[in-house]
Design a protein around this ligand. Sequence first.
Ligand code: IPM
Ligand code: MG
Length: 358
Amino acid sequence: MTGPAILLLDGDGIGPEIVGATRAVLAAASDRFALDLRFQTATIGFAALDATGTTIDAAVIAQARVADGIVLGPVSHNAYPPVAEGGLNPSGTLRRALDLFANIRPAATRTGLPAPATMPFDLVIFRENTEGFYADRNLHLGPGEFMPDADTAMALRKISRRACRRIAEAGFAHAATRPAAHVTAVHKANVLRVSDGLFLEECRAVAAAYPAIRYEEVLVDAMAAHLVRNPACHDVIVTTNMFGDILSDLAGELSGSLGLAASLNAGSDHAMAQAQHGSAPDIAGAGVANPAALIGSAAMLLEWLGARRSAPALTRAGRAMAAALDAALANPATRTPDLGGRASTDGMARAVIAAMQG
Ligand code: IPM
Ligand code: MG
């Protein structure tokens, strides 16, 4: 089998810098573990809007579909023109087009790296990624937001049995591999009785198939407080799209910084590495952006590819990359300025590569 084809999409703002750094680390991992990674590139975001009239065109989606894995840089989609003028959100578009239903977002404190959390913790959020309150992807035709009159705006939240079942199954299957083997379903079924009631029904059905896993349910507002007070009492969190979006930023920040928060968008056939943070246009081009979250996301992608292709070298490479990232972050001299260090984006990537080779 030839090595995996990895499609790199720069995105906007700091995207080209952190995708470049991530590519360098992936290339080093490829050499070190004989992975034979094949890199491909395509243009999305503002650069594509200028050239093709849309921030992500059909050819890029087709390229993503045939790639083995994707690395997506952050996008400035909040600043894009309306969809009718080509301003598609590349992140949502790819999540939907490739059916990347699980957004897997680990957050853990690291030895040697200061964190706002008052105690060490290690958790993973499994966020549903294809429906919920996401107006750009929750309807078959048309957006899930509209204005019945000039002074009223409405948003639809879609919760389907199938999507709830899939995210719960992914979360439980992962929890079964972790020592704590504990799943918390996060919801707001006291108010959203029907939709979050459906979500909980599916979580409970999956829980019944995993008697060895401790299962509990927590309201999303209470969960925000729990995460600040006692993050160590959570292991795998399964939740709907927008709750997961919000809680994962909280968990990432508690672990040290949102700038460290990695994520993998995974489906049955495709996976896309994507940092949780945005495109930070204020520091774009300065060479100081922190590439840690995207490097961590790319490590998750290698592990996913290792499992999918039954290729232990890819799994080992993913783990080695994550460990090398931890080592680089433990050293104040190799941290970027957002973490109080003086390393450049490339300097941080070089430190990760050196740790991986050492
Ligand atoms: C994320 C982001 C995106 C989301 C935005 C950019 C649409 O916040 O990946 O967490 O809400 O999914
Ligand atoms: Mg977010």
